[in-house]
Design a binder for this molecule. Sequence first.
Ligand code: ADP
Length: 375
Amino acid sequence: MASVNLEGITKRYEDVTAVDDMTLDIEDGEFVTFVGPSGCGKSTTMETIAGLTLPTEGTIEIGGRDVTNLPPKDRGISMVFQNIALFPHMDVYDNISFGLRLRKYDQEEVDRRVEEAADIVQLEGMMDRMPKEMSGGQRQRVAIARAIVRNPGAFLMDEPLANLDAELRVHMRTQLQRLHRELDTTIIYVTHDQAQAMTMSDRIAVINSGVLQQVAPPLECYNEPKNLFVAGFIGSPAMNFIAGEVVDDGFVSTYANVDFDPATQGVTAGQEITVGIRPEDIYLAENAEKAASPTKAFDAVVDVIEPVGKEVNAYLLFDRDVEASAEGRGEGQLLINLAPDTEIDEGDDIQIVMDRENIHLFDQSSGEAITHSLE
Ligand code: ADP
């Protein structure tokens, strides 16, 4: 087990800054996930921790030891990657034990560690199988067992579930959580999939364009996103945004106004702000009592209804003149979640309310959150 500390890590490739001045302290035994869109610098950060690439600036400590310039093998870490590189001509036992045998561990110790690791990832009885006789999930478990036997201070996992089908991915997610609990070891995990990040991690580190945006427990990122980027990235379906301006008695925009006293929210008249509201915090006006503190009602038109089983996603337009954007939710479009038995049809005129307790305000120029509740 080991803590991992990044201090001012920057990685530049000619004209690209892949990682920009990243400082992050990961505690011993913590499960931290780097999450962000493709190309945001997650893998590069991981590669600097692993020692596969050297940072342009900054230092990395693992277990309190400066490893910035050490080769991967001397860092006390194990890695599991998206592409599972098992030796095709070796059976499971040989694949798992390869690193130990290379390091000349005695046979008894090798057997003990392989057995223990195979037990953790539930591969008992499969020691003689060849990789080609196994499913994708089983092969990925062999790769994880191979990482476990080295008894590392920290596991580095880069999209290890990306090549698995959806059902297996959910299953492996649970397995990884169990693994973390049993080994009580530090895990640093990379994914672009915010659902994986939300479900497994003690903390998530949200990255955009090489810059760390927020490092916090998943629900804190969800309930109190630090800025517009985190608000829009964490949560599926994503938060709704309405851009407008502060006036003397609250917020005005083309389609919706919300009353509040600017002074109590720390904003001033004339300031350009964005209201953020999650789909589950908007209600039909007839159910306004379900909101802890409903706003006044807004008119809307139902554009598209999307039943997803336990709920219905309803895409709304603030009025009939709004042009539905083909790329995500544009200006004047909203998404709300409704109970599956709600009687509602495409084209209906409806009224909605928002829950003031869950209205987020963001400053448009900085993108920073101002408040997460108007009450
Ligand atoms: P992610 O893992 O979040 O998808 P990466 O860390 O792979 O992102 O990449 C971050 C940025 O750095 C991207 O713009 C990518 O094109 C660039 N990059 C990564 N590796 C190299 C490299 N070896 N040479 C040049 N640019 C690179």
